[in-house]
Design a binder for this molecule. Sequence first.
Ligand code: ZN
Length: 681
Amino acid sequence: MKKIFIIMAVALLSFSCKNQRQGIVQDNFDYNVEQFADLGILRYQVTDWDSLSLNQKKLIYYLNEAAMEGRDILFDQNNRYNLAIRRTLEAIYTNYTGDKTVKDYEEFVVYLKRVWFSNGIHHHYGEDKFVPGFSQDFFTQTVRSLPTPLIPVREGQSVDAFLDEIVPVLFDPKLYAKKVNQDSSMDVIIYSANNYYGEGITQQEVEKFYGAMKEPNDSTPVPYGLNSRLVKKEGKLVEEVYKIGGLYSPAIERIVYNLEQAAQYAENDQQKLVIDLLIDFYKTGSLKKYDEYSIEWVKDTQSVVDFVNGFTESYGDALGIKASWEALVNFKDLKATALTKLISENAQWFEDNSPVDPLFKKKEVKGISAKVITATILGGDCYPATPIGINLPNSNWIRKDFGSKSVTITNITQAYEKAAAGSGFNDEFVYAAYEKDLMNRYSTQTNDLHTSLHECLGHASGQLLPGVDPDALKVYGSTIEEARADLFGLYYIADQKMLELGLLDNPDAYKSEYYKYMMNGILTQLARIDLGKDIEEAHMRNRALIAHWVLKHGQKDKVAELVKKNGKTYVIINDYTKMHILIGELLAEIQRIKSEGDFEAAKQLVENYGVKVDPDIHKEILDRYATLNIAPYKGFVNPYYEMIKDVTGNITDIIPTYNEGYAEQMLRYSKEHSHLPTYND
Ligand code: ZN
């Protein structure tokens, strides 16, 4: 369920378990915007925008506007001082007249950019408050030098009193130290710096309050507490509900206004119903309405345009009750969705022709057809750091009774890949010109195709023998399952059938995927692991397992080897045809293990090939990776949508443009889409 994130956008790590395909990409598009601290800012392209009708473009335009209006809400949810701090920092940034070459100022700019990125003063991923690199003196002096109306003081508050209040929030490492504290030995509500609960409220009080709301035999419970802040008033706990007329009303009014505009351009009645229900939810704050909206949203599978807008994910609350505001607008990538359909329509052929023992094959197999989308805007908790896939709604009973939508955001994964291509990664880790050329030509295509084969066919293939417990492989189950899906993809990506179906246009294209897979499984994925640690994550274990198994079993024939050049370790593949055969053998064995529930064999394979790391090679990879200066975390600037009007003022077109810089965009959002008071307590 929920979001799929790329934590470290290392080039060439395959994004398994997600589908993505390529649309038409503008070659000279500049994906990299800038880099600071541990963050890289990228840009994404809205591929195939012109395939949309003017009506759809207008619909997206207003949904986009609605998606930008909740940004202040998220800042305030993350910490009650975030808006005050952001506004103070922005006032400094736009009015500073001092020397911009001094270290304090440079550090100040980095800090502000980090606050923008994290929607507050805590690291978006690590949750710790970041430490300003500038001095307290620089800060207070610069604030004092600002024209007084620009300083976001409380009503009637002096600048001195304001500084007394705000300075410790920035500089005292103990105050608001962690946004979400998961340490179960502490009170996770008191020691979390987020703003979902009023000051002084304890974990026990929260648990009791929401525990009492649950009705024991309710099979369709609403997500209690999702859209409110819990505060104490005159000794009693009360919810301040996020709604029009309630908490965050000025921002929610703007969201609703834009949703109302969007509703006029809905593609069909179902979509209009969805938008109307969401508006009702924002007006009433009723969680029953929210569930109704979620159900109708799941049912809307026909519309090309789709969106998420609301209080959705609860990672920001240690107890998982309160949801942060997020938004994402998108439209269906019809070509990519059609390709996944083509693959799943041929699922039976792939099943029948695989090297697996017929005993373990499905007599009737149904491929999985996935939806692939193009994002048009990222907002709230999806901006600037964003997921590459979404799977909603979160309500368990709605998922069970009505299903869920699972999508992959193709233009985001594409931007990650393209941006990484310029990072020097291939130059560092790919052996020679022959391999580099293969990868330049085919890797985007084959990476996407392998993922689709993995997802649409691999996971859907094969069957358990009667009586075999599906959990027989226990802790090794998910690694074996991922290996099974990856091997299915690797086996078929080298098959003539890819050319017949028009999925690849060159018989050598698969070699790019084979090379990348071996390089990643044996070498480059180690960049994501701390020195001295084993491989833990199932997808990473599976890649190591396959790559090391092929290396070992092809040793005699020198199918693949590790070689040294100028003191550096590389993978080379000498015999791609034999590697294809080995892949088929391992697929047959892995399927047997799964079908028979052979725990011992699963354990042997995973432990022997998928877990342990050669410490020398690991250190070498980490050192080489460090020289590339690739930011571990990434986020995106959004396009700017320009409205074209004729002389009478009618909208004739809407065009996404890509010229806006990171700071420029953040400042524009703070100007145009910022309607909340600085203090909401
Ligand atoms: Zn998978």
